[in-house]
Design a protein around this ligand. Structure first.
Ligand code: NIG
Ligand code: FE
Length: 401
């Protein structure tokens, strides 16, 4: 029937079930019908309804169909890299010490301030192409390497251009990613200017460009009170909060996320029991970033199992950035989700699709149930579990349909 296409010759499909946080449908020898950009039907090929029996077919080449991954926490746009700092860390210098010496985020800020919008767009597009080729079909992307009005504004301009070019992303304003050199020792003054002047000005200059506002709440960076001020100001401008919370120490970021009705609290290696309960009750998505824990050489992995027991609908993300997670590989996120955060394969799949998409308000991404409009990733495996089991294998999906 009318402009429907049938994806067939699939070894099978796996899809989370919206409304059942950790349930996954697994259907062998499946077919999927797409009509007008949305999935109209999916099930066993033998059960394909007669109305679509003669519709044009797309060959699934015997692969497994999974919803494309959604990455709900990236710092996509930055210039330069930090390979020098990385080697110092390999020699045992802690991340926090490098930051306190003016390196770390501030080094990337220097490089990013010097970049033109055009250069940022080209860098961003090259990275988005890599992600797309690896099965990531939608991302959240933050500003935060400008840390001054004009540079943050250029980052927003670059993100807007990427959207105009057709890339699927949600933008988060993060001028409170760190305290810039100009405000060294004055987090209070910086948080006031961000809340009172910069956020309103950025939204005025780029209406509709950003959907979220984020703050790095951490010992020695921004306090809960400063975070609250910035995120409240963002809310008044229509930006929903997300928070870098409890990453290097407990500061109460998860609790603040629940208080403010944030979309997510991210990192959470030092999240408290109370914070987990507050997130579960407040429908805040905890977003766990295991590549960051790995790259920072930390022993403290986020208490993922306890979060799930508490009723949290956990998501996984890359945290792609030049310092703590120079990683554009969704399979590494998936693998660490299973091997270090101890999620089952089905849970990790839900965390990288359904819950990631839900944390960004996209109920029609992250699953293959009727109504979904997600691109589908076709993986060349006999069973989806191989994506984790063959731990170093660089599987490449075809993303289509
Ligand atoms: O999410 N925690 C703060 N921000 C980043 C690190 C950024 C950087 O080191 O450049 C993070 O881990
Ligand atoms: Fe981050």
């Amino acid at each position: 029937m009318n402009n429907a296409t049938v994806l067939t010759n699939l070894k099978g499909l796996m899809s989370p079930v919206p409304g059942s946080p950790w349930k996954v449908d697994r259907i062998d020898d499946a077919a999927i019908v797409r009509m007008e950009g949305r999935i109209a039907w999916m099930g066993r090929r033998a059960d394909l309804p007669a109305e679509w029996a003669d519709s044009p077919a797309t060959d699934g080449q015997g692969g497994w169909a999974l919803p494309g991954f959604v990455d709900p926490h990236t710092h996509l746009l930055f210039a330069g890299d930090r390979s020098g700092e990385f080697n110092r860390r390999l020699h045992g210098v802690p991340y926090a010490q490098i930051a306190s010496e003016g390196g770390g985020i501030r080094e990337t800020v220097r490089a990013t301030r010097a970049a033109t919008v055009q250069e940022l767009v080209e860098l961003g597009e090259a990275r988005l192409k890599v992600l797309r080729a690896r099965g990531v079909i939608h991302i959240e992307a933050k500003t935060g390497y400008g840390l001054e009005l004009e540079a943050e504004s250029r980052l927003l301009e670059a993100y807007s251009e990427l959207k105009r070019r057709g890339w699927s992303l949600d933008v988060t304003l993060l001028p409170a990613h760190d305290i810039p050199l100009e405000y060294a020792g004055d987090a209070e003054g910086y948080s006031r200017i961000v809340a009172d002047d910069w956020l309103p000005e950025l939204v005025r200059r780029h209406p509709g460009a950003a959907s979220y506002c984020d703050v790095f709440i951490e010992t020695g960076v921004f306090t809960v009170a400063q975070g609250r001020r910035i995120l409240d100001a963002g809310k008044r401008l229509g930006l929903q909060p997300r928070i870098h919370a409890d990453e290097l120490s407990w500061t109460g970021g998860a609790e603040l996320a629940a208080e403010l009705g944030a979309a997510s609290a991210d990192h959470l290696m030092f999240c408290s029991e109370q914070g987990m309960k507050a997130m579960a009750a407040g429908n805040v998505t905890p977003i766990l970033l295991p590549v960051t824990t790995l790259c920072l050489g930390m022993k403290e992995w986020a208490p993922s199992r306890r979060m799930i027991e508490t009723g949290c609908q956990v998501a996984l993300a890359s945290d792609f950035n030049p310092g703590s997670s120079p990683c554009l590989d969704p399979l590494l996120v998936l693998r660490l989700g299973c091997l270090q955060l101890r999620l089952t394969f089905e849970e990790a799949l839900c965390a990288m699709t359904l819950h990631a998409a839900r944390s960004l308000g996209h109920n029609d991404l992250g699953h293959l149930q009727p109504g979904a409009r997600t691109p589908i990733a076709l993986w060349p495996v006999e069973d989806p579990l191989e994506l984790v089991y063959w731990v170093g294998e660089a599987y490449v999906p075809s993303v289509s349909f």
